[in-house]
Write a protein that binds this ligand. Sequence first.
Ligand code: GTP
Ligand code: MG
Length: 524
Amino acid sequence: MDIEAEIRALQLDSAEDNNATLIPEDAKPEEVEMTDKVEEEGMTDEVDTKSQPVQAEPKSFFIPFSLPSLKDKEVADMDCAEVPDEMESQKKRHLNVVFIGHVDAGKSTTGGQILFLSGQVDDRTIQKYEKEAKDKSRESWYMAYIMDTNEEERVKGKTVEVGRAQFETETTRFTILDAPGHKSYVPNMISGASQADIGVLVISARKGEFETGYERGGQTREHVQLAKTLGVSKLLVVVNKMDDHTVNWSKERYDEIESKIVPFLRSSGYNVKKDVQFLPISGLVGTNMKTRVDKNICPWWNGPCLFEALDSVEVPVRDPKGSYRMPIIDKFKDMGTVVMGKVESGSICEGDSLLVMPNKAPVKVLAVYCDEDKVRRAGPGENLRVRLSGIEEEDISSGFVLSSVVKPIPTVTEFTAQLQILELLENAIFTAGYKAVLHIHSVVEECEIVELLQQIDPKTKKPMKKKVLFVKNGAVVVCRIQVNSLICVEKFSDFPQLGRFTLRTEGKTIAVGKVTDLPSRSSA
Ligand code: GTP
Ligand code: MG
């Protein structure tokens, strides 16, 4: 069965012909609630405060990070979306960029080089890293050490936790999320990608490396499919290691890689003409990154360099007046309880009253931090640290959602979804009783398929008539999914970002899906 062709059938895509019925990035803003409305339906009474382990603990390039003390502000009675935004006043737009791709493709090296070229790392630090890398017999990893900050990562030369850093160009503030490429750390990659707006897919052009990364079981394909599912709507594909002696800035090699990847990106739902841009770089040497590559090195490249390409990416449309939703990815204690996450919808202000869901815990916003800056207000798309009163840190888990009071996020233990089966484990069949790990925004939960409802005909995209008892690779199926504890989810048609998910079994992504229906009593 040709899985790649079948993925097109999943209506999660934005395939070039645009014949899909539901297109995440095309989901109209009107579909999202424009303002908070008081809803009569009550929330479900079940409250689950069970603590879940925090899966990925994003590290920060700017550690140690200490929060400044609070100052009194009177902003509470203004409409939050109207409070002037300090970040906005700087006139710079903000984009979250996740670096994805197979292990050793050069994600951390490229991320490190970006920080070096944007003047955030001085020569002395680079020399120190060069020495440290040499002592560990990893000479060529010194640039990656800028992003790979912990000892395990430096010793093994592999990113484990999502690295986080900021840099700015003339027009844009970027948050870089450096995902791990190793297959053992895909859950961390998922967490990184779920916070991103755009992706940089790093591909190694080195002989043999492109092939290993791209074959079935390699992370190039898995990362692309996950990124698309997680809402990364635009991709810059950087063909890296062009300086390597097996490549030597060869146009043939570059063209070969591009021509092999394009059909796969298309089948994964990317509109290649509109949403994907390719470019050659050397992350290690820093070529074609801040300035265009010299014609003496690469006479055939007439396109942009990486910084230019990043600068020209459009910021996704966001609604600052939507109902507030911020999935929590991490929490810690610091003069109160501080939660971290990316605002998916709405705006937050100092003094706001919000709910931590699914526990329905009322909290007050004491302070909001965007990168290192304390701000009065922050809108959608921002990665924030929010200090709260009214809740203890131990009562919060990753996967909880900081949510508007008047229209809180629905909480469920069951939902209906449309799934695209990618590749099941050998000999496995997908049927009622199938267990997997569900990843939806920052939630990671065991789940069970309790009933297959309908199989979708990939050609007509309509439900098939005959009753479905099991499906195989490539199938599109509507089913009921159950989890043991209450989780926060949205219907894909309401909030695409909080309504799409992946299922994984034994460390492998076996399906991607979207939430199509919630039990009526769940509507919060
Ligand atoms: P994971 O975090 O483990 O997924 O790897 P990664 O994609 O972050 O790769 P990393 O940056 O750690 O680089 C892996 C190896 O590739 C290191 O030895 C780098 O020096 C080398 N490398 C990265 N970019 C380039 C490049 O542009 N040219 C050459 N020649 N080597 C590179
Ligand atoms: Mg890395």
